[in-house]
Design a protein around this ligand. Structure first.
Ligand SMILES: Nc1ncnc2c1ncn2[C@@H]1O[C@H](COP(=O)(O)OP(=O)(O)OP(=O)(O)O)[C@@H](O)[C@H]1O
Ligand SMILES: [Mg+2]
Length: 504
């Protein structure tokens, strides 16, 4: 019977200190199918996949995992990989100091007959893999110099030489451009034709319907249902995920815009973005819409002082300011929720509580001490506001689910009480329920007087939260939409405009 299934999991549990991440979960996967694995942040999706792929051991005596009809228990992911199960992690795990080729062959570097590393064949084989995935970078490039999207492609390329039977992709497109996503989907279809089974973890419903055949939903470490994708609706999935229907997906600031808080004029960094001018008033949410690679994040980083400007002026409350680094930006009241939480937003080994207070520290130090009671109060307040699911304030952030880590980054800046808050892809990797909560918070913060800049590649999100939208392409602003003028088609047209033709 079980031979129908390439993987069959029965009643497996996994307990971490203080959390039952998996609670007698069942799960099946058939050869040649693309299975969506859905569920709220912290539902246990990554844990289930890591348990299958040898990263975690299930709780002793708690059920069984079968692979190809036989009980499977892999010591580590490499063993699983050799057997044919490849897991591409949610959080990227490349070594930034090594080249793309070295990262791909890490652990099995090819040797020449003199036992030295065979750079030539390593680079040649890597070039072939990169070509297969239509990557636009070289085997010799350093992993640390690649964009997140490119690093993600390296993670995927790295799995191909193992001729896998099962490929597990944990939120693979969270930072890919539209074109890169298409390439990935092409590769998924190609693998599927070879009868490879694919588990596709995502919070993006449009992708579930585009690429998957079946959907399995987890909630609180248990399976709540499995559906055929062609029979399912978003509502069906949401209900299985959160146990109720979502009435309201988006929330917009209803505040009357007040005085100007942030103005930028002619921001330019050569090769990245040019002549960016806009202003945001108190109570306003300005959306920046564009495709990945349009220069939006780079522009935002320059306002936060982590990127040098070649030209341009920044004004806070109509006073020109100089921002040479992020410390100065924070002092001026600018908060920044970056796109890549792992590198820029969190100290992973520190506790949730400490991470939340990080942005506040400069002020606490001014008073001369760190106040731990405020810390814990702050933590409790934001845990509740953002529905952060963690066993306790002292839990290291690294142990939180991806979405909950993102909530901590947002909370960290919210509790600093900034004048301007810049959010770069704020709900990347966040489940539908928590997404709605974050949108509500963005609106609330604006209504409390903040000027908010939201960068997003998700059209429904940008339309849902913004009072005004500017679009960017190739580093230039291509259009601006007042609230009453915003339309999907208008935005699509604006991000495909040629900025040079426009300004000519
Ligand atoms: N190494 C760990 N140590 C302690 N707790 C952990 C660890 N890994 C996961 N957890 C906890 O187990 C639960 C399930 O987490 P998991 O990462 O599997 O969620 P997820 O469904 O993948 O969520 P997301 O959509 O946010 O990625 C969470 O409560 C998380 O905090
Ligand atoms: Mg996860």
């Amino acid at each position: 019977m079980s031979s129908d299934y390439i993987i069959k999991v029965e009643k497996v549990s996994k307990t971490f200190p203080g959390v039952k991440a998996l609670n007698e979960v069942d799960f099946e996967l058939k050869a040649g199918e693309v299975l969506a694995l859905c569920g709220e942040n912290g539902a246990g999706k990554s844990t289930l996949m890591k348990t299958i792929a040898g990263v975690h051991d299930p709780d002793p005596g708690s059920g069984c995992i079968q692979f190809l009809g036989k009980e499977a228990c892999f010591e580590n992911p490499l063993e699983a990989r050799k057997a044919g199960i490849v897991l591409v992690f949610q959080e990227l795990s490349l070594v930034p100091e090594l080249s793309v080729a070295e990262n791909i062959f890490l652990g099995s570097l090819p040797r020449t007959k003199f036992k030295t590393i065979d750079w030539k064949s390593m680079n040649e084989e890597t070039a072939e893999l990169l070509e297969e995935l239509e990557c636009n970078f070289k085997p010799t490039d350093l992993a640390g110099d690649l964009s997140i999207a490119q690093q993600q492609m390296v993670e995927i390329a790295r799995s191909l030489p193992f001729k896998p039977k099962v490929v597990i992709l944990d939120e693979p497109t969270s930072s890919l451009t539209e074109r890169e996503k298409e390439v990935l989907f092409k590769n998924i279809r190609r693998l599927k034709e070879k009868d490879v089974a694919i588990v596709y973890i995502t919070h993006k419903m449009d992708e579930v319907f585009e690429i998957t055949d079946r959907i399995t939903v987890l909630r609180d470490g248990q399976r709540t249902g499995s559906l055929k994708t062609s029979d399912a609706t978003i509502n069906d999935i949401t209900k299985l995920m959160i146990g109720r229907e979502l009435e309201d997906f988006f929330h917009k600031s209803k505040a009357e815009p007040g005085k100007e808080i942030l103005r930028v004029e002619n921001l330019t960094q050569k090769g990245e973005f040019q002549k960016i001018s806009f202003s945001i008033r108190s109570g306003e949410v300005l959306g920046v819409y564009g495709l990945v690679g349009a220069g939006r994040s780079e522009m935002a980083e320059s306002i936060f002082g982590v990127r040098k400007l070649d030209e341009g002026k920044i004004f806070i409350e109509e006073k020109e300011v100089e921002i040479k680094n992020s410390k100065q930006a924070v002092k001026l009241g600018i908060g920044f929720v970056p796109e890549n939480r792992k590198e820029q937003g969190l100290v992973l080994k520190m506790s949730c509580q400490s991470n939340l207070s990080l942005a506040k520290l400069p002020w606490m130090h001014q008073k001369g001490f760190i106040d731990r009671t405020t810390d814990i109060n702050t933590f409790n307040e934001y845990k509740e506001k953002l529905l952060i699911s963690t066993p306790g304030p002292n839990q290291p952030v690294v142990n939180l689910s991806g979405g909950n880590q993102q909530k901590i980054v947002i909370g960290k800046w919210m509790c600093m009480d900034p004048k301007v808050l810049i959010l770069d892809e704020p709900t990347r990797g966040i489940d539908v329920g928590a997404k709605a909560e974050i949108h509500k918070l963005i609106a609330k913060m604006a209504e409390a007087g903040l000027a908010v800049l939201v960068i997003s590649s998700e059209m429904p999100e940008i339309i849902g939260v913004s009072n005004r939208i500017i679009t960017m392409k190739d580093g230039c602003i291509t259009a601006e939409f007042q609230e009453s003028e915003i339309s999907e088609q208008g935005l699509i047209d604006a991000i495909t405009l040629d900025p040079k033709a426009e300004s000519a």
